[in-house]
Design a protein around this ligand. Sequence first.
Ligand code: ACO
Length: 335
Amino acid sequence: MKKLRNAGIIGTGSCLPDKIVTNQDMEKIVDTTDEWVKTRTGISERRMTDENTATSDLATVAASRALENAGLGPEEIDLILVATVTPDVMFPSTACIVQDNIGAINAAAFDLEAACSGFLYGLAVAENFIKTGYYKNVLVIGAETLTKLVDFTDRNTCVLFGDGAGAAIVSEVPEGYGILSSYIGADGKGGKLLTVPAGGSRIPSSVESVLNRLHYVKMDGKEVFKFAVKIMGDAAEKALEKCGLDKEDIDFLIPHQANRRIIDASIKRLKMPNEKVYINLDKYGNMSSASVAVAIDEASRKGLLKDGDTIVLVGFGGGLTWGSAVLKWKSIGRD
Ligand code: ACO
């Protein structure tokens, strides 16, 4: 049997809108307090796009930064995967829009929808395209403008989300490095816990759907919370088991950034010291599929990820979905 290649991240980039919306700003919009949001979620502020900026705009900047970081030209990309629940339009895909924007003329392009687990799903797809030798360079992007889909009269959801994009280039890496294992899963029974009911083929957009606010995010926060606390630990352990490692082997944890209390439960279960866990939800809120992607880029650029470190990525999201990966880190950029 032909030996599989090793797939890993060779470049990252991210993009956040300039506009900062603090909890104090949210107090003026909806019946909430800075104290409630901070203690129940850990979020202090989030970023928000303006009316002229769409998901592909953030994705394009993140992608260009990842290309630069990897030292690759856009024509060297074979596939663009955009994980998003907030595409620019129903179709064409946001990935095709990004392909045009960056001039990746040799790339196939498609979107992938796994809500907040989207980037981890994308990484698993890219890993397999590289391992088998089907493609050489895959650009995986997690990009969202969720502030355009949340109902700013619903305090249960509007304080939680923010906009942003993160990108990673997945290519062949030296033996012993890269993605050691990945794990993705879903439970469609929980789909109704987190959904945007209208705008698709079940309830097409209409005056009535808009009046009933059905084109906004609806969430059963308590049920999602219970699911998240369990699945984050389960998924991380499953990915570790798949590559023969244990929680004691983790050097750095990058969890999905939805709620500080969910992250704390994972830290406890995986017995991680706080300083070995990347947290940026205080500044950005939950950026869905962009959360883990932005976190990797920031952690890498801050020099927090060292050559040879075992890094665990883990997340969960609507669907319900979950995903995790174990990486053996190799400094970003080509040798
Ligand atoms: N400000 C003030 N009070 C609020 C707010 C707010 N922003 N939001 C809710 N409350 C109130 C509620 O109305 C409720 O009041 P009541 O008791 O009078 O009815 C009270 O606070 C308690 O509400 P709970 O829902 O019990 O609060 P909880 O501690 O569960 O926290 C939260 C809510 C933060 C939403 C939590 O459940 C959570 O984080 N769930 C997970 C959500 C998540 O991760 N979603 C993203 C999934 S990823 C994706 O795919 C997009």
